[in-house]
Unconditional design. Sequence first.
Length: 285
Amino acid sequence: MVQDYIDLTKPRITWLILMSTGVGFFFGALNASWSWAVLIHTIIGTALIASGTAALNQWWEREADKKMTRTELRPLAAERIGPTGAVVFAIVLSVAGFVELWLGANLLTGLLGLFTLLTYLLIYTPMKQRTPHSTTVGAIPGAMPPLIGFAAAHGSLTSEAWILFAILFVWQFPHFYAIAWMYKDDYAKAGIKMLPVVDPTGEHTARQILFYSLALIPISVIPRYLGMSGNIYLAGALMLGMMYFYSGVLVARHKTRADARRVLLASIVYLPVLYMLMMADRTSL
């Protein structure tokens, strides 16, 4: 039972959210006073509100999850947890996360966390059943963690915060299109209109992967010119970007599930390595 409630929070996704939040905090603190206490409150608050959002999402989509092989064993879909217990658990986590971000950091940070939850749950989640454009909408709350971290450390949002948001926003498209490509039959069974579901040939999906992976290259080098990092980061960002783009070229050429998986793997490598380069090169300036 305890493990089922933990699974509701999607801990494997939460670590990525916390990583992005930490990066935002790091850069927000460069021109402000560093506070370990605020950082800890920010990480705890973000973890709570992200976990609550994930649990609310599973509560909302429990019937769709029952129809998909990849999600049919989730706690709510498999009926190991009742919907009432799940939604109460999720609301408690979400409220606790908002309060932790507000009181442990500042009101702006709390409101950014609340905005993330509301847009993900009330706009993105229902849109998935209606239009493939839901991915674009979902990329907005998906890119909020660096803003949350930056606001916690700095108290406001500057161009440095927004470029971190932009990198994460654009990075998501090839990542999630690859996942949707791999599981398009599952999504179709559940009535979720991801782009590969409504694009049976894969042509449009492949073009989108190519476009966003290519667009990420110039966007990813902007931190160098904002003084956030140096030439080591610049070279690394270019190499990572070309790797990510090349995985998109392969999926566009062959249009196979295996190539979509390569895009997914490239995306998983790309983001943490980019973050490490950005932070390491900043500390050497």
